[in-house]
Design a protein around this ligand. Sequence first.
Ligand code: SF4
Length: 490
Amino acid sequence: MGDLYCAAIREKSGLKMHDKFKEECGVFGIFGHPEAANMTYLGLYALQHRGQESAGIAASNLKDVVVSKAMGYVADTFSGETLSALQGSVAIGHVRYSTAGESKLANAQPILIDCAHGQVAICHNGNLVNARELRDQLVRQGSIFQSSTDTEVVLHLYARSRAGSVEDAIVESVSQVQGAFSFLLLTKDSLVAVRDPHGFRPLALGRLDEAFVVCSETCAMDLIGATYIREIEPGEVLVISDSGLRSIKPFGPAPLAHCVFEHVYFARPDSYVFGMSVNEVRTNLGRILAREQRIDGDVVVPVPDSGVCAAMGYADEAGIPLRMGLIRNHYVGRTFIQPQSSIRHFGVKVKLNPVRSILEGKRVVLVDDSIVRGTTSRKIVRMVRAAGAREVHVRISCPPTISPCYYGVDTPQRAELIAATHSVEGIRDFLEADTLGYLSLQGLLTAVGSRSGSFCRSCYTGVYPVESPRDEQGYLQLALKLDKESVSQR
Ligand code: SF4
């Protein structure tokens, strides 16, 4: 993302959080297109689901790099005027996950600096697990940070590098960070894509006429008419310049750990992620869930939007009709003001409304992708029951989430994950559902097929492929400290 700290800050400060996991950013870059900033704007538009707090674009006219970024949705952030100020044939862009309330413009990306190696802008999807140590060292050596993001650490390492070339300085700096990173860097005359050796976050390469495109998900290529070429390989540094493509592999061998939750929930179903169709994997999750957690029902109802593909698979496999018994309002913006009334389940009702004619008198199989704290799921179960459902059977298209993510996904502390502290029966009881069934870990891995060994599944197992921050409490305290510092500087 990379804001190592924002999730923790929200938790500690008591700011309202939605009871859903949140992706921590999307990136888009293009090299060799006369309208690079406009293309990046469209690419970010397609990646908006990966982050809604802020959006930014940096562009180069081969002499100077200019950046424009602001809080809010992509469509609200850029006007024709701001885009026309972003001249040049090379650009990178970023969308960042939304935080409730306080301003975080200091953390918006791309971050642009000017140093001995010249101007460089960076944007990041992922999370660096050793940012705290590196930051402490750099601060002791005199570095002054302008944000509380882990990403900024890379820029300080880059600025301090004594390497003889820009490329070597980039390689030297990214070689010192650990964790999850899909970086895009923009120099005045090149676009550099970097993916960590585990390949946690997706990053794909495509082509649009003579231009090269790099982005988090292929849905961004579809919008601008670009063609998918391949994944940026885990551990690859791909330099795109007038000399063409140069691939560097500076990292040692590491086990692959693609985030399986991209397929479960984050990525758009019309994307290919880690070389696989998200729709296909997600529908398979539903099919396998139906085999493992069969229940007699009258209708299968997805929790929209993320539960739709799995519900389709479930309904197909179980031979139960799929019905859209919950309708989502897509126009609930960040600025929605909740009135001071005591309407029951108000927060959920703004987003979802039940269709009584579908639910009344029915045995409903309610399919969703995950349960975080359980509070929203309980409201939805109550809502479905209040609309007349005779029975409500909850089916979840992934295993119980028992452990936080340190690789770029905003999860609460372990103690707040309901599956970390409750049995499945205890969760069912909390949700007030008639039955509750989760997909098994084996079922999840079967759905991603023969490459199942290359996926991270730490949030379901508590076993981490890359060492997590040394202690969760210390990590949270640092988060608070850094946030206070960043707030007081504004
Ligand atoms: S811990 Fe879970 S959410 Fe995080 S990278 Fe691994 S699979 Fe994805």
